[in-house]
Ligand binder design. Sequence first.
Ligand code: GRF
Length: 202
Amino acid sequence: MKAVILISGNGSNLHSIIENADSIDLQISCVISNNKNAFGLKRAESSKIQTYIVEPELFNSKEAFDKELISIIDPHQAELIVLAGYMRILTPLFISQYFGKILNIHPSLLPKFPGINTHQRAIDASEKIHGASVHFVTEELDGGPIISQELVSIEAEDTAKTLSEKVLKKEHVIYPQVIHWYTQRRLNLIDDKTATLDGKII
Ligand code: GRF
């Protein structure tokens, strides 16, 4: 299955998806970044994957920016859009264009801690368990149906940095796994609140 991957930064999730692409039946058509300095672009280039940079400063609205993304994505005829550390909120225009075809990974146990700084917020809230979630993308920020989660424990000595490292290790396992379910056509988004795996609501 063809996929387009959107990134903004380091791209360690992109790396794990590239490494697993063959075994999860994924063909990465291209990688798009809104940040020209994203290290993930280098990772894509060294794997001979086509890259695009779309710089937000060049657009006078979020819709105009997302229309540019759509004009890049559509010719690739991808069936899946993977957000891998993409740090920009997508417009309803974009989300409705690809409804049911966008996956995101988020570094918290959603619905806890949507948004940013999740690791510090989990520590500040004295959470004992933290983790990562893969979910379908809908218009609600980090609010689409959760497909799968992985847990880590928060120890007294953990900082946002150590926690982020622990969570990322889990992310690198869970994301290719969920993408594989998608490429096997086992996952479906029914509506904003409902998704199914093998026909059963999750
Ligand atoms: C990950 O923690 C991901 O969950 C979040 O952004 C981070 C991206 O890391 N959405 P990387 O760029 O994949 O290394």
